[in-house]
Design a protein around this ligand. Sequence first.
Ligand code: UDP
Ligand code: MG
Length: 235
Amino acid sequence: MVELSVVVPVYNEEENVERLYRAVAEALRGRVASYELVMVDDGSTDGSAERMDRLAAADDRVKVCHFERNCGQTSAIYAGIKKASGRLIALIDADLQTDPDDIFTLMPYMEQYDFANGKRTRRRDTWVKRVSSRIANGVRNKMTGDSIADTGCPMKLFKREVAESYYLYEGFHRFLPTLARMNGFRVVEVPVRHREREHGASKYGIFNRLFVSLMDAFVIGWLRKRVIRYTIRGE
Ligand code: UDP
Ligand code: MG
Protein backbone atom coordinates (compact mmCIF):
# COMPACT_ATOMS: atom_id res chain seq x y z
CA MET A 1 0.00 0.00 0.00
CA VAL A 2 1.36 3.43 -0.91
CA GLU A 3 0.83 6.49 1.29
CA LEU A 4 -0.96 8.58 -1.33
CA SER A 5 -2.75 7.87 -4.61
CA VAL A 6 -3.42 10.82 -6.89
CA VAL A 7 -6.38 9.91 -9.09
CA VAL A 8 -7.06 11.84 -12.29
CA PRO A 9 -9.84 11.41 -14.89
CA VAL A 10 -8.50 12.24 -18.35
CA TYR A 11 -10.57 12.94 -21.42
CA ASN A 12 -8.83 14.60 -24.37
CA GLU A 13 -6.21 16.43 -22.34
CA GLU A 14 -3.16 15.81 -24.54
CA GLU A 15 -1.54 19.15 -23.72
CA ASN A 16 -2.05 18.61 -20.02
CA VAL A 17 -0.93 15.01 -19.44
CA GLU A 18 2.82 15.65 -19.15
CA ARG A 19 2.33 18.96 -17.36
CA LEU A 20 0.15 17.21 -14.83
CA TYR A 21 2.72 14.45 -14.33
CA ARG A 22 5.48 17.01 -13.72
CA ALA A 23 3.36 19.18 -11.43
CA VAL A 24 2.39 16.17 -9.30
CA ALA A 25 5.98 14.88 -9.15
CA GLU A 26 7.29 18.31 -8.16
CA ALA A 27 4.64 18.89 -5.54
CA LEU A 28 5.08 15.50 -3.89
CA ARG A 29 8.85 15.08 -4.09
CA GLY A 30 10.21 14.42 -0.63
CA ARG A 31 6.90 15.19 1.04
CA VAL A 32 5.22 11.79 1.12
CA ALA A 33 6.74 8.41 1.89
CA SER A 34 5.38 6.89 -1.33
CA TYR A 35 2.80 7.76 -3.95
CA GLU A 36 1.24 6.67 -7.22
CA LEU A 37 -0.42 8.65 -9.97
CA VAL A 38 -3.49 6.82 -11.28
CA MET A 39 -4.66 8.24 -14.60
CA VAL A 40 -7.87 6.95 -16.13
CA ASP A 41 -8.22 7.63 -19.83
CA ASP A 42 -11.93 8.08 -20.42
CA GLY A 43 -11.84 7.09 -24.10
CA SER A 44 -9.70 10.00 -25.31
CA THR A 45 -9.55 10.46 -29.06
CA ASP A 46 -6.57 12.84 -29.12
CA GLY A 47 -2.99 11.97 -28.20
CA SER A 48 -3.66 11.63 -24.44
CA ALA A 49 -3.59 7.81 -24.37
CA GLU A 50 -0.14 7.50 -25.97
CA ARG A 51 1.28 10.19 -23.73
CA MET A 52 -0.07 8.48 -20.64
CA ASP A 53 1.36 5.12 -21.75
CA ARG A 54 4.75 6.71 -22.31
CA LEU A 55 4.77 8.13 -18.80
CA ALA A 56 3.71 4.78 -17.31
CA ALA A 57 6.50 2.99 -19.20
CA ALA A 58 9.10 5.42 -17.86
CA ASP A 59 7.93 5.72 -14.25
CA ASP A 60 6.40 2.82 -12.34
CA ARG A 61 4.61 5.18 -9.98
CA VAL A 62 2.32 5.99 -12.91
CA LYS A 63 -0.65 3.65 -13.35
CA VAL A 64 -2.78 4.05 -16.45
CA CYS A 65 -5.98 2.44 -17.62
CA HIS A 66 -7.97 3.11 -20.77
CA PHE A 67 -11.71 2.92 -21.27
CA GLU A 68 -12.89 1.48 -24.57
CA ARG A 69 -14.94 4.62 -25.12
CA ASN A 70 -15.96 7.80 -23.33
CA CYS A 71 -18.04 6.77 -20.32
CA GLY A 72 -18.10 10.04 -18.35
CA GLN A 73 -16.26 11.61 -15.45
CA THR A 74 -17.98 9.58 -12.71
CA SER A 75 -16.96 6.29 -14.32
CA ALA A 76 -13.38 7.48 -14.74
CA ILE A 77 -13.19 8.60 -11.11
CA TYR A 78 -14.78 5.40 -9.88
CA ALA A 79 -12.37 3.21 -11.87
CA GLY A 80 -9.49 5.33 -10.56
CA ILE A 81 -10.38 5.03 -6.90
CA LYS A 82 -10.94 1.28 -7.30
CA LYS A 83 -7.46 0.95 -8.80
CA ALA A 84 -5.85 3.19 -6.18
CA SER A 85 -3.90 1.45 -3.45
CA GLY A 86 -3.15 4.53 -1.31
CA ARG A 87 -3.96 5.01 2.36
CA LEU A 88 -5.05 8.47 1.24
CA ILE A 89 -6.59 9.37 -2.10
CA ALA A 90 -6.33 12.79 -3.73
CA LEU A 91 -8.63 13.55 -6.60
CA ILE A 92 -7.70 16.25 -9.10
CA ASP A 93 -8.63 17.22 -12.66
CA ALA A 94 -6.15 16.84 -15.48
CA ASP A 95 -6.43 20.48 -16.52
CA LEU A 96 -4.31 21.78 -13.61
CA GLN A 97 -6.90 24.38 -12.59
CA THR A 98 -6.05 23.35 -9.06
CA ASP A 99 -2.50 23.10 -7.75
CA PRO A 100 -1.22 19.65 -6.65
CA ASP A 101 0.65 21.55 -3.95
CA ASP A 102 -2.70 22.10 -2.25
CA ILE A 103 -2.86 18.38 -1.43
CA PHE A 104 -0.72 19.51 1.50
CA THR A 105 -3.20 22.24 2.37
CA LEU A 106 -5.77 19.48 2.86
CA MET A 107 -3.47 16.88 4.42
CA PRO A 108 -3.45 18.23 8.02
CA TYR A 109 -7.25 17.86 8.11
CA MET A 110 -6.93 14.10 7.80
CA GLU A 111 -6.29 14.01 11.55
CA GLN A 112 -9.78 15.16 12.47
CA TYR A 113 -11.68 14.48 9.28
CA ASP A 114 -12.02 11.68 6.73
CA PHE A 115 -12.72 13.84 3.68
CA ALA A 116 -11.40 17.32 2.86
CA ASN A 117 -13.03 19.08 -0.07
CA GLY A 118 -11.29 22.08 -1.62
CA LYS A 119 -13.14 25.37 -1.83
CA ARG A 120 -12.14 27.68 -4.66
CA THR A 121 -11.94 31.09 -3.02
CA ARG A 122 -10.95 33.16 -6.06
CA ARG A 123 -12.34 31.18 -8.91
CA ARG A 124 -10.71 31.64 -12.32
CA ASP A 125 -13.49 30.68 -14.69
CA THR A 126 -15.77 32.51 -17.10
CA TRP A 127 -18.56 34.49 -15.44
CA VAL A 128 -21.14 32.15 -16.98
CA LYS A 129 -19.48 29.23 -15.22
CA ARG A 130 -19.12 31.10 -11.92
CA VAL A 131 -22.73 32.24 -11.88
CA SER A 132 -24.16 28.87 -12.96
CA SER A 133 -22.02 27.09 -10.40
CA ARG A 134 -23.20 29.43 -7.63
CA ILE A 135 -26.83 28.82 -8.54
CA ALA A 136 -26.23 25.07 -8.84
CA ASN A 137 -24.58 24.88 -5.42
CA GLY A 138 -27.47 26.77 -3.82
CA VAL A 139 -30.14 24.62 -5.43
CA ARG A 140 -28.20 21.41 -4.77
CA ASN A 141 -27.90 22.20 -1.09
CA LYS A 142 -31.61 22.93 -0.89
CA MET A 143 -32.43 19.64 -2.56
CA THR A 144 -29.90 17.44 -0.80
CA GLY A 145 -30.38 19.07 2.63
CA ASP A 146 -26.59 19.21 2.98
CA SER A 147 -24.46 22.35 2.94
CA ILE A 148 -21.34 22.24 0.80
CA ALA A 149 -20.17 25.57 -0.64
CA ASP A 150 -18.16 24.18 -3.56
CA THR A 151 -18.97 20.53 -4.12
CA GLY A 152 -17.54 20.68 -7.66
CA CYS A 153 -14.06 21.76 -6.57
CA PRO A 154 -11.70 19.37 -8.37
CA MET A 155 -9.31 19.10 -5.42
CA LYS A 156 -10.32 16.54 -2.83
CA LEU A 157 -8.47 14.37 -0.34
CA PHE A 158 -9.98 11.42 1.50
CA LYS A 159 -9.17 8.25 3.31
CA ARG A 160 -9.23 4.85 1.68
CA GLU A 161 -12.26 3.82 3.82
CA VAL A 162 -14.28 6.62 2.21
CA ALA A 163 -13.38 5.38 -1.28
CA GLU A 164 -14.34 1.85 -0.28
CA SER A 165 -17.73 3.06 0.96
CA TYR A 166 -18.73 4.50 -2.42
CA TYR A 167 -20.92 3.05 -5.06
CA LEU A 168 -21.37 5.73 -7.69
CA TYR A 169 -23.92 6.36 -10.42
CA GLU A 170 -23.40 8.70 -13.38
CA GLY A 171 -23.20 12.30 -12.16
CA PHE A 172 -22.49 11.35 -8.54
CA HIS A 173 -18.92 12.68 -8.75
CA ARG A 174 -20.53 16.07 -8.03
CA PHE A 175 -21.77 14.85 -4.66
CA LEU A 176 -18.76 13.07 -3.20
CA PRO A 177 -18.62 15.13 0.03
CA THR A 178 -22.35 14.66 0.67
CA LEU A 179 -22.11 10.93 -0.09
CA ALA A 180 -19.18 10.64 2.32
CA ARG A 181 -21.28 12.27 5.04
CA MET A 182 -24.17 9.94 4.25
CA ASN A 183 -21.80 7.03 4.71
CA GLY A 184 -20.90 8.27 8.18
CA PHE A 185 -17.65 10.12 7.51
CA ARG A 186 -16.48 13.53 8.74
CA VAL A 187 -16.20 16.12 5.98
CA VAL A 188 -14.56 19.56 5.96
CA GLU A 189 -14.17 22.25 3.29
CA VAL A 190 -10.82 23.97 2.99
CA PRO A 191 -9.89 26.98 0.78
CA VAL A 192 -7.57 26.12 -2.13
CA ARG A 193 -6.10 28.07 -5.02
CA HIS A 194 -7.62 28.05 -8.46
CA ARG A 195 -6.31 29.14 -11.85
CA GLU A 196 -7.48 29.41 -15.40
CA ARG A 197 -7.47 26.45 -17.72
CA GLU A 198 -4.45 27.14 -19.91
CA HIS A 199 -4.65 24.17 -22.27
CA GLY A 200 -7.44 22.15 -23.80
CA ALA A 201 -11.13 22.85 -23.36
CA SER A 202 -13.79 22.29 -20.72
CA LYS A 203 -16.01 19.31 -21.43
CA TYR A 204 -19.11 20.94 -20.01
CA GLY A 205 -21.44 23.79 -20.84
CA ILE A 206 -24.56 24.94 -19.03
CA PHE A 207 -26.89 22.40 -20.57
CA ASN A 208 -24.91 19.23 -20.03
CA ARG A 209 -24.28 20.10 -16.40
CA LEU A 210 -26.78 22.38 -14.69
CA PHE A 211 -30.01 20.62 -15.56
CA VAL A 212 -28.84 17.04 -15.27
CA SER A 213 -27.17 17.78 -11.97
CA LEU A 214 -30.43 19.18 -10.57
CA MET A 215 -32.14 15.84 -11.17
CA ASP A 216 -29.16 14.14 -9.55
CA ALA A 217 -29.47 16.46 -6.53
CA PHE A 218 -33.08 15.43 -6.17
CA VAL A 219 -32.04 11.76 -6.12
CA ILE A 220 -29.26 12.39 -3.60
CA GLY A 221 -31.70 14.29 -1.36
CA TRP A 222 -34.06 11.34 -1.46
CA LEU A 223 -31.28 8.82 -0.77
CA ARG A 224 -30.04 10.96 2.10
CA LYS A 225 -33.45 10.73 3.75
CA ARG A 226 -33.38 6.96 3.36
CA VAL A 227 -29.93 6.34 4.83
CA ILE A 228 -30.12 3.47 7.30
CA ARG A 229 -28.32 3.76 10.60
CA TYR A 230 -28.57 1.25 13.39
CA THR A 231 -26.58 0.04 16.35
CA ILE A 232 -26.83 -3.48 17.69
CA ARG A 233 -27.34 -3.72 21.41
CA GLY A 234 -24.22 -4.90 23.20
CA GLU A 235 -21.82 -4.33 20.27
N1 UDP B 1 -13.42 14.29 -17.88
C1 UDP B 1 -13.54 12.91 -18.07
N2 UDP B 1 -14.59 12.44 -18.80
C2 UDP B 1 -15.55 13.26 -19.33
C3 UDP B 1 -15.45 14.65 -19.07
C4 UDP B 1 -14.37 15.13 -18.35
O1 UDP B 1 -12.69 12.14 -17.61
O2 UDP B 1 -16.46 12.76 -19.99
C5 UDP B 1 -12.27 14.80 -17.09
C6 UDP B 1 -11.50 15.94 -17.73
O3 UDP B 1 -10.48 15.47 -18.60
C7 UDP B 1 -10.95 16.68 -16.53
C8 UDP B 1 -12.07 16.50 -15.50
O4 UDP B 1 -12.81 15.34 -15.91
O5 UDP B 1 -9.77 16.09 -16.04
C9 UDP B 1 -13.00 17.71 -15.41
O6 UDP B 1 -13.42 18.10 -16.69
P1 UDP B 1 -13.42 19.62 -17.16
O7 UDP B 1 -12.15 20.28 -16.77
O8 UDP B 1 -13.81 19.66 -18.60
O9 UDP B 1 -14.60 20.21 -16.28
P2 UDP B 1 -14.72 21.68 -15.69
O10 UDP B 1 -13.48 21.94 -14.90
O11 UDP B 1 -14.83 22.56 -16.87
O12 UDP B 1 -15.92 21.61 -14.85
MG1 MG C 1 -11.58 21.89 -15.29
